[in-house]
Design a protein around this ligand. Sequence first.
Ligand SMILES: [Zn+2]
Length: 356
Amino acid sequence: MPPAGGTLSAPVNVLRDWVDRGGSEDTSAYVDTQDSEPQSHSLPRLEVRSSAGKGLGLFTCEHIPAYTRVVDDDALLSLGPKENLPELWRKYLALPQEDRQCFESLSVHENQTSKEEDQIVKLKQRGYAEDEARKMSQVSSKYLSNAFNTEDRTAHGGLGGQQGSRWSSALFPTIARINHSCVPNCHPHYNLLSGAEVLYTLRDIEVGEELSISYFDMTSPFATRQARAKSWGFTCSCTACGRQGSFASGEYEGKLALVHHVVETQVSFMKTNTPAEDVETANRAIEIASDPDLPWLVASLPVLHKTLALRLQKANEWDPERFGAQFASVQSIFQEALKWELRTKGSQTLQRTDRR
Ligand SMILES: [Zn+2]
């Protein structure tokens, strides 16, 4: 499977929208985002090779323990929220030969290539020569097939978000090689400070195992996951979607629905009139996401713990005599959120110290 990975959400529509609108003349200054520092030797050894039924994939050559940083990926190309095809084209042309080869080696998914002819016609109407329009369109398809949003991601393991938003995006060449699973063994996270996409393991990974990430919110219901996979040009047949083994009973989808509910309603918790019930629901979601048989769900634990702490605050009557104990309880839940944040995303301040 091509790393449709990338297209995860917003950037997909950005360039297309721009062409459809006839293009704006807003040409922001070109900013070179390249970082040519070598990868740290402390990261595990990985290799790209073919993955049954999925094209290429990324595999580990060594055993990797849970919660280990495995990739620290600098952007090959990136676009700001107001940048469009001309900026992308300019950045592509400015790439060093080696980076351009790397870009060319990435896959493109059919959903993108099927739109190229239309795009070429529009570019020609805007004065681009046939050859240039064709190449621009190919670069656009490849970028959109592999780029990630670099802001406003959901905090619980999803890379998704609202499609069509005009968010910043970037193409990370190593992570673009990773195939999707709704029961992934890794979790990607964009580090705002370093500008790199970092990847952490969610469980122990054995030698020769393929790395996987979820291209969208893995807690979404089955039908939503299938629809999102389809929009990126593939059918998900992971063990959860294929109802294989322990997933056969459908019980997993029920557990997932509860976790999804808490994650989805985290921002509206202040409006709830049932704080005690909400505390119970959040506790149940944490219990599910902590199940060692469902290790990928730990990516939801930071947001679940934060939600629980905030709901507990709301539910508490803050009895002056018990205030100390109540406060300590809320504080310890926040600490738990931080612990899981560090395990699944790393520390913003400590990252990449080995490279500087
Ligand atoms: Zn799936």
